[in-house]
Design a protein around this ligand. Sequence first.
Ligand SMILES: O=C(CO)COP(=O)(O)O
Length: 254
Amino acid sequence: MGRKFFVGGNWKCNGTTEDVKKIVSTLNSGQVPSADVVEIVVSPPFVFIPFAKSELKPQFQVAAQNCWVKKGGAFTGEISAEMLVNLGVPWVIIGHSERRAILNETNEFVGDKVAYALSQGLKVIACVGETLEEREAGTTMQVVAAQTKAIADKITSWDNVVLAYEPVWAIGTGKVATPAQAQEVHAELRKWLETNIKADVAASTRIIYGGSVNGSNCKELGGQQDVDGFLVGGASLKPEFIDIIKAAEVKKSA
Ligand SMILES: O=C(CO)COP(=O)(O)O
């Protein structure tokens, strides 16, 4: 199938210079599977990106956690896609539920951001996911399909997109989706891509899971057929992130 396992670490708005030094040294000394088995991307806060990028071993790529929706200019407080490219940052996370919920980013705005970032040459980790109320109302698939459609409507190629399914109720709560719950939505998302985009896009696009992934639950989640990796929050700040990266081995031996 050719979907290389992908493990992202989203550090969110955490850390001091000292903390970042520690995380970097933990990652650099960790024994991780080779680059043909797993793609690893860590996402520090903007201010720590240059340090992380210069100190991390090359197998650890970096991502920004956000970028501006169009060309930079008079947009106080924003960071443009062009700046990330200029710094040699290859990836950006777009549409995280915290930005959707707290900063009111709409599906359309997220779609515009993904399109602009791609147009500048960035690779994008695009996040989708339902709230607990939406899941309980039985609308999970409608919600994630609408979020995915808003992105699909604005882009012409999925080559540089990783889709992250992050159920909001599982983020930072310790309530991880069961492997079956994750697999169900991932399979539906893949079917959505097949029906609405193209069979080869569905077959090649990585769909990763995020929400309370840790060193204990990662293997079973990663073993699911349509789970192509993870986007890890809290545990990406800890040494157990190395164990999560190692979960890539489950696919190698599958
Ligand atoms: O939001 C997440 C990654 O983007 C997941 O966060 P946690 O792993 O802390 O639940």
